[in-house]
Design a binder for this molecule. Sequence first.
Ligand code: GNR
Ligand code: NI
Length: 184
Amino acid sequence: MPTLESIRLAMTVLPIIIAPDPRLKVKCRPVERVDAQIRRLMDDMLETMYLAPGIGLAAPQIGVNSRIIVVDAAREGEDRQPMRLANPEIVWASPEMIACEEGCLSLPNQYADVTRPAEARIRYIDHDNEIREIQVKGLLSTCIQHEMDHLDGVLFVDHLSNLRRDVILRKLVKARKTQATVGA
Ligand code: GNR
Ligand code: NI
């Protein structure tokens, strides 16, 4: 029988770090083992992602330097398909590439086309600490690759020209200054 204390009724929504920020530019450390504490973090990340709302979230976006991502690329109206991945690795990528318009919760209101492998095979550790592999395509493939980039300190704007990246980052600096002034 689980004790009352071991049953979590509420998950925690965590603040998302907005670029530019040095915490989004670091390489994250591998997870040693997916234990109850990591599972809790994965659940809090999912809750944070759903509220935002977004289709993916990487640990560094909430200030945690660990190789953990969560994803749910289910369409609106479909049942939720939450995925929890630790130490994700690309073990195969298709030669075919696909361009998808990407956004990022750490780059609010900024969108650009990014070209990535259309399909990929991903090895990861799941929420039960089991090694698994999945083959993904479409939006799910794009999203997982976007999240994996975060674990190496890479943002989608790093795939654009220096000029386009700097235009977006300057907009975010300006928006932050305006917010600080207005106190919004
Ligand atoms: O919510 C998100 N949408 C999205 C759309 C296209 C490609 C990637 C993404 S991921 C993004 C959430 C996010 O910032 N994850 O890091
Ligand atoms: Ni992102």
